[in-house]
Design a protein around this ligand. Structure first.
Ligand code: ZN
Length: 119
């Protein structure tokens, strides 16, 4: 006897991620149909999976841990002149249209105090 699909998903996180991924591609296939295209046409056949992969990459920041990304790179220092960090690459999706955007950021700050995080 096989378990209902939902029960399997709740018991195995990896299976759930796999189904979520298929779900994104499945929805993209429907979007392609809605614009009057044939998702089985040769040029579009793998578009849903390509979109899924790109979408996951562009939203990968949601699954990153800030402490892991910073890797202990904050520290106290006796220095009071401006620090400038240039060419910080960033990418994301516009929340209104889900269109990608990217660029480089430049940050300048005075390190007279250690940054504090408050809740
Ligand atoms: Zn937009």
């Amino acid at each position: 006897m096989t378990k209902p699909t939902e029960e399997i998903l709740l018991n195995d996180r990896n299976d759930r991620k796999e189904l979520d991924a298929r779900s994104i591609a499945c929805h993209v296939r429907e979007l392609i149909k809605l614009i009057g295209e044939d998702p089985n046409r040769e040029g579009l056949r793998k578009t849903p999976e390509r979109f899924e992969k790109a979408f996951k990459f562009l939203t990968s920041g949601y699954h990153q841990n800030v402490d892991h990304v910073l890797n202990g790179a904050t520290f106290s220092v006796a220095y009071d002149e401006m620090v400038i960090v240039k060419d910080i690459e960033f990418f994301s999706l516009c929340e209104h249209h889900l269109l990608p955007f990217f660029g480089k950021a430049h940050v300048a700050y005075l390190p007279d105090k250690r940054p504090k995080v408050s809740a």
